[in-house]
Design a protein around this ligand. Sequence first.
Ligand code: NAD
Ligand code: 0WE
Length: 256
Amino acid sequence: MSFDLAGRNAVVFGVANKRSIAWSIAQGLHAAGAKLAITYQNERLELEAKDLILSLPGAEAFMCDVSNDAEIERVFAKLKDRYGKLHTLVHSVAFAPADELKNDFVNTTREGFRVALDVSVYSLIAVSRAAAPLMDDGGSIMTMTYYASEKVVPRYNVMAVAKAGLECTVRYLAFELGKKNIRVNAISAGPIKTLAARGIAGFGDMHKTHAERAPLGRNVDVNEVGATGVFLASDASSGITGEVIYVDCGYNIMGF
Ligand code: NAD
Ligand code: 0WE
């Protein structure tokens, strides 16, 4: 599978370590010839993320906490300066305070709700607004979602509300940015053992059951998500916008 992204500039948000979905997409974009800017959240992740990012020839690393407007502004000013134009934006960021994914949904706190929707949903609007003026040749924006936005997955809780909001945000952004030939889509990935999944109680059992029920009889590999990201960045997906694309070995089609 080879898509040619030579001459394209991409920015990827959400690399924490080598298991991150963002890292898999970044590697795929790089292999297809794109020039990459990759962001990581904060100083705590800097050591691991920066080494990884700089291991990709030509890639540049930027720190950006997406809950901070000034940091987003600062990063896009640098991107404009360094690259001029942007063609692809990957948003692979989500967070809810740990307690919100442990406690009963009915006890969701106002602050937990605010943080989850701010980091996991509003940030897509903020980075898309900042990226659009750099996407003079049109562009492709993608984000990561999960099936629990539609059907209940116990303990995904306020993150499910956030993902439902995120998928809706994708449609509204796709509508408005369509006139600039900017496409906006979401990839709905099956469960993958990343840092964000690691701390979740019962994730191991869920992962196993998911594989048993999926039509392909296995779980998705992170590089299959990476390949879909490359497809969405490429002209091969030029007619696709506002969509949620499932990369879940077919799990979502099952009723029983
Ligand atoms: P990950 O932990 O590697 O990535 C999550 C990223 O979000 C991290 O890099 C983290 O630093 C970043 N982040 C959190 N708060 C931030 C903030 N305030 N500012 C900037 N960055 C921030 O885990 P992942 O599984 O690769 O998650 C990436 C995306 O994929 C998320 O949107 C997640 O919901 C989604 N997703 C994951 C799975 C799964 O099973 N792992 C399945 C479907 C969708
Ligand atoms: O989107 C996710 C996880 C997102 C996530 C993970 C954490 C863990 C650490 C958001 N916020 C936090 N906050 C933390 O403090 N996934 C799709 C993976 C996931 O998480 C689940 C799952 C699955 C699958 C939580 C409960 C049930 C299933």
